[in-house]
Design a protein around this ligand. Structure first.
Ligand code: RTP
Ligand code: MG
Length: 139
């Protein structure tokens, strides 16, 4: 059954370009409620842990170094069918393939610097939210 929470990060490219506010507005306008949020910076060690699932992939080292290159915003979002609807809102991984009006279409620069992360399953949304937030940090 689809649960109602997902997890997102505004990645270093979008944060550094000053697009955090515009992206959060798109997220809220699409009906997602922010239930936890923080600005932070991942060490290479923490980024490596977060993306451990991709450890064997050829892009893993680039991904870890990019995600630890600058500040990010991490957030837990609530909406019916959150995981699937949020993946639709952000668009394809490669911005060249991201549909018109999606966050990656508007703000991503490349497949690496692709503006936002969105969980790919209910199970991972839970794991990823727990990676960043304690119970006391959730409203
Ligand atoms: P994300 O996890 O960041 O939301 O992105 P995603 O599900 O759309 O893509 P995923 O397969 O989980 O990959 C994680 C991130 O790794 C980079 N990547 N590079 N060069 C490549 O072929 C490649 N494939 C993936 C992307 O930055 C992607 O967001
Ligand atoms: Mg993914």
């Amino acid at each position: 059954m689809a649960t109602n929470r997902t997890f997102t990060m505004i990645k270093p490219d979008a944060f550094g370009a000053g697009n955090t506010g515009a992206i959060l507005k798109m997220i809220q306008d699409a009906g997602f409620k922010i239930v936890a949020m923080k600005a932070t910076r991942l060490s290479a060690e923490l980024a490596g842990k977060f993306y451990e699932i991709h450890k064997e992939r050829p892009f893993y080292n680039d991904l870890v170094s990019f995600m630890s290159s600058g500040p990010i915003v991490a957030a837990i979002l609530e909406k019916d069918n959150a995981v699937e609807d949020f993946r639709k809102l952000i668009g394809a991984t490669n911005p060249a393939e991201a549909a018109e009006g999606t966050i990656r279409n508007m703000f991503a620069k490349s497949i690496d610097a692709n503006a936002v992360h969105g969980s790919d399953s209910d199970e991972n949304a839970e794991i990823e939210g727990n990676f960043f937030f304690s119970q006391a940090e959730r409203v």
